[in-house]
Design a protein around this ligand. Sequence first.
Ligand SMILES: [Zn+2]
Ligand SMILES: [Zn+2]
Length: 509
Amino acid sequence: MEHIVIKGARMHNLKNIDVSIPRNKLTVITGLSGSGKSSLAFDTIFAEGQRRYVESLSAYARQFIAQMEKPEVDSIEGLSPAISIDQKTAPRNPRSTVGTVTEIYDYMRLLWAKVGKVHCSICGKMLGKQSASQIVDTITRMPEGRKIFLLAPIVQGRKGEHVKVIEAIRREGFVRMRIDGQIVTVDEDIRLDPKKTHTIEIVVDRLLVRDLQTKDGEVNANRTRLADSVELCLKKGEGSLIVLDAETNGETRFAESFVCPEHPEEDIPEIEPRSFSFNSPHGACENCHGIGSVLQVDESAIIPNPRLSLSEGAIHPWATSASRTGFMSQVLGSLSRKVGFSMAIPWEKLEEAIRRIILHGYPHPLTVEIQSMKFGGTYQTTYEGVIPNLERRHSETESSYMRTQIEEYMLELPCAVCGGRRLKKEILGVTVGGKNVIEGTDMAIDEARSFFVGLIPVEIAKGPSTLLRTGELRRANDGNNSQIALRNSQITDGSMNHRSACISATTRS
Ligand SMILES: [Zn+2]
Ligand SMILES: [Zn+2]
């Protein structure tokens, strides 16, 4: 099928037209305002493509989607499920990408949040997360008859005597603790070297792995005690727990939330779809606010001609005739008298230290003499410097004209914190198929297609009950219109390989 063949289109003001549009090509529909471009693209082709797709879904999925009217057309052949990008809704947001505008990124966020693997952003170690009952289950599967200790980590490699910590453990009635790997009882005389780092854990319980499996609804006292101790341990250890095997001295660490055992200071947030959004403070890199780049004043743009002197207008942003006679030039004049430099020699002949003061500011008070039509006298101020002045006005101004003017003197540099990847480093540590979400968006379409298809048996198919239910996905999403449910199922039912996304866009006046 090489063409989409439309016969007898009569939506709105379309006059029963026949048209044939080549597939897999970029087609532009042009014409006068009101000639029916949108009626053809959106209300006929896209509407019919969507309607057919909805009809192909299960009754369960269809209940979430508004039933679509059949467009007034005799026939359309060669149609694939369609995506429509409405030009009017494309926001002028510096964070927008093709992925966000087409909403494909929304499904990626959902996918990464649901099946992504979390890694420590410092050492790259993959981190697990377990509930208290999962931890209990793991312990019950340990070899029968093993003697184990449940430890709650309290101090992890911190310098000091920790007198108060030890006192609190005694007061709470615990009998043993482990200090720097040695189990001690609380009534021993414990003195720690204040100049060394120490690790302290409470011994919450000592248990034998015996009779821990429950038999058909029976209450198992051993298991109940284990569950209680695990709960207490997690509470004391703020979500962390260590199982120490008394025979082998082997340790297994468990965490209720994502914590790297080597880097417990890493604060890994709850992984939710919004965590992957660079439009949300939950996900956006804090340095560039999700834009991926930062604007920095460019010295060579401020001083385009270093052969000019200050009085000839060497400082380009202050070189307009108004600024040359205005307040800034008078402040600069006072500065030249106070610091001792000439306004009449070329910029390039000024000492480096003087140039730095002019560009970056002079923090000491200056007395400026002002003679103008309205005001004469002296004025106390400090000299702000060309670069801080531009930066401040750029962030304070509400005029987009002014901002654009100032940006003439600025360079866009990749954000040093996220490397232009827009998201917090903790979020960039979440991977699906070995890629973080930004690497996922960086793939070319062909590569992306085989990547996502390749994932299906490995990672997605593991959780069909939670992942493939359209209703679930719909609730998991921020918005709740029928489009979202529709496209969710397009991606998650694994049909991306045979449903090509036909992108229709029209120009509009
Ligand atoms: Zn780590
Ligand atoms: Zn950044």
